[in-house]
Design a protein around this ligand. Sequence first.
Ligand SMILES: [Fe+2]
Length: 131
Amino acid sequence: MTWNDNLKIGIPAIDTQHKMLCDMTDNFLDACKSGKGRQEIVNLISFLEQYTIRHFHDEEIVQKQSGYPKFEEHKAIHEAFIKKVQELKEEIIRDGASIVTVGKINSIVVDWLLNHIKKEDQELGRYINKK
Ligand SMILES: [Fe+2]
């Protein structure tokens, strides 16, 4: 999931974190595709999970401070995503990573991140930059 300027939301600190999330997702995906050991893959998804939690927290602070009207709705979307990543992590801890995992990462993580950034986060960016 290559980072490109179309994914920018116009809040530099958040854009930097989004780029980092894309890079971390790629590392995780590559490790699964190249058949790295279970522990290494679990470490990569744990790292991604922790970074995502921190990123969502930072993004929610921006929303709260600006009085963003969709704060609660957006927070619930973030929480649902964290839950899915945690479920995927549990599954990898239990069963290891396979070709099925690669498909799940693409749909659960990659597609979600791209859609969320382009939809909810860019909407937030427009709101902040209009103020
Ligand atoms: Fe978001």
